[in-house]
Design a protein around this ligand. Sequence first.
Ligand code: SF4
Length: 444
Amino acid sequence: MSKRVLLVHPEISRTKYNFAGVIENEPLELEYIVPVLRGAGYETEVFDKAVEEKSVRDKISEFSPDVFYVCGRARQENFMKEYCAAAKRENAVTIAGGIHVQHNWERLYSAEVDYILTTFDVFKILDILELKNLEEITGICYKKEGHWVKNAAEPFDIKRLPLPDRSYFYSHLSNYRYLELLPCAHLRTAYSCAYDCNFCYRSTLNRGKYVTRDIEDVVSEIENIECENIFIIDDDFLISPKRIEKFKELVKKRGIKKKYVCYGRVDFIINNKELVRGLKEIGFYYILAGLEAIDDKRLDNYNKHTNTDANIECVDFLNDIGINIMGLFIVDLDITARDFAEMYKWIRLHKIKHAAVSIFTPELGLDIYNRYENRIITKNPEHWDYLHVVARPDIGIRRYYFHYYILLIKLLLLAKRQGVYDFLDYKGYLKAFVKGIFKKEKGV
Ligand code: SF4
């Protein structure tokens, strides 16, 4: 009888204000594992707790897996451990993977976890299950005579990645969305990032090596996805003008008609305006751009290699050609009450309809965390969601939350006046934000 493997993506958070039903991500990371294991004769099932009603515990009892795999980000660490413990009680072998453990494997060193995957190389899961010589499998942690052993990861060549098995996505089409784009499939064309903004976790993945797929293969994959909305989840899709030009030409030539969402840097957009106009023509609908700050000093501090003039030019240009810009901002720990107010004015002045504001978060496992270590106020990884203060701000936690939530309320009302997010439960979010104004310590 073939072994049964349950592949689980935990919920994003257990708080109400978590963007559930607004942004829901296809569990692509698990869907890459399915063909690898099925090809070797394993029986697999995907279970995304972000969209499932059933508890993971019930799913484990029902499916009775021989092997349990769970992946997640920092904020999901507690859930990953909890689910591994539940699987262990049912005698399953447990494996934890995903981006968080690439730098924080030791945080998962526990009785309920048997193996940790610290690489994007999904084939290593098969190596573990086939009981290959553990000492020779790179990118894993395992137990030997009661002690954890870590084999360093090597950069993974993304060209080896199989095509994902999207059966789970197709059976949950009403769940997966990016704002009004419903359903919305995820697609990966590259891994890690070629830049090095110093707050960013993504560019450190894959041992810091940026790797790309052949663009012909990418376009063929898109052609075969039965969904008209595609979120290209590369940490930055717009890196090589030559590659993007080829992408545009192939999509045009093959007559593919879809809407696209992607991340893109400001400098790429303003230095390649004709190309970006061409992307609009083939269906680019949202570009998520890291504007980060409204002053050059902070942008320099972040090692962003852009400036506010470039940010303004980018916003004006995208507004002009009709691609929706989702402006991504960070509110730093030295920000004042006045700076919060200025950020709102800046967003309004430059007619940014979609804005997402994150609280500056020193990432677990990166150098930047060590720099802020003496200011860290919480040990709970669930707070690493960019919505919680995890390091003490200059103006104090209470005042910081007060001004942060005032900013969110003002942005929400601005968006409502402009008719964006019509599908959103405005009242619910407003209520959560008003509650946030009175937050004192450590968050919701
Ligand atoms: S460009 Fe984006 S993904 Fe790349 S390092 Fe900077 S913030 Fe991270």
